[in-house]
Design a protein around this ligand. Sequence first.
Ligand code: UDP
Length: 331
Amino acid sequence: MNVLVTGGAGYIGSHTVRALLERGCRVVVLDNLSRGHRGAVPDGVRLVVEDIHHVDAVRALLTEEGIDAVMHFAAHSQVGESMEKPTIYYDNNVVGSYCLLEAVRRAGVKYVVFSSTAAVYGEPEQTPITEDMPYCPTNVYGQTKLMIEQMLAQFSRAYGLRYAALRYFNAAGASRDGSIGEDHTPETHLIPLILQTAQGIRDHITIFGTDYPTEDGTCIRDYIHVVDLADAHCRVLQYLAEGGQSQAFNLGSQHGFSVRDMIRAAKAVTGRDFAVEEGPRRAGDPAALVASSEKIRRLTGWQPQYSQIETIIADAWKWHSGHPNGYDDKA
Ligand code: UDP
């Protein structure tokens, strides 16, 4: 299959590019490099520096490359920023995805696999979360992803597009060899921040809230290895190609770990001690988010291989310790 990966120079996109190549797909990456990294795209893969808003250019690319499927990762993904600057989230995520889907429709591409999020559920009434639970995003980021899912469903009904929306819980880790990994500016995610503290790049890690209604008072999340996520994308594409129904799938490990659990595990894996401070809650953080991934397991045979927290942290540590400044493209 010929697959176009938008946002293929970003964190989850770049791992999925490798997974597709391993399965014999031909891959083209489209990325405007606003947040992605040229160094995350493997040698020999065509990187087209273009913006998903440009319908004619994207349509021409889809046709020229004979693209069968689009995997759509290109998006802004920071919850806090989305609340402060909603306009860039509506423009980049919603309008950008509309333009991309319009190019997909005009080029007659059959399949889209979309990078969605557990943030579409907001504060869930119960865990584990299943796909039929109500959508109630508590932040603009989750709202934009939900709107794109709805757009996909409508394009699917009207034009016969086949799609899957993958709702990630907490994507984490790095490639098994530590050659690619997470590099956001600014970094806001727990595991990279903990590991930068273990490296001495930061002088402490702050726990955001110790008064949640959980066993140790800190938030519980479901961490899923980025290599397992990448594998899920390939399986879902195969599922669609074999006639599977368009729909959304949760992607998590089905296990919850608190912030204190993660800090403890990071100290054990890295063998380093570091300063931990307790701070107030971060606005918009639900107490506990744990996925039911039963549906994707049942329909595609997906099974996480590397999502034990020690493996996630060990792989992320390989990346961070080998690349203390991330990719070599900082000014
Ligand atoms: N967190 C924390 N300190 C930090 C960053 C994150 O305590 O410096 C907590 C955060 O409140 C959440 C969990 O770690 O409960 C995971 O946060 P992250 O930003 O990695 O992912 P999110 O769950 O927001 O998608």
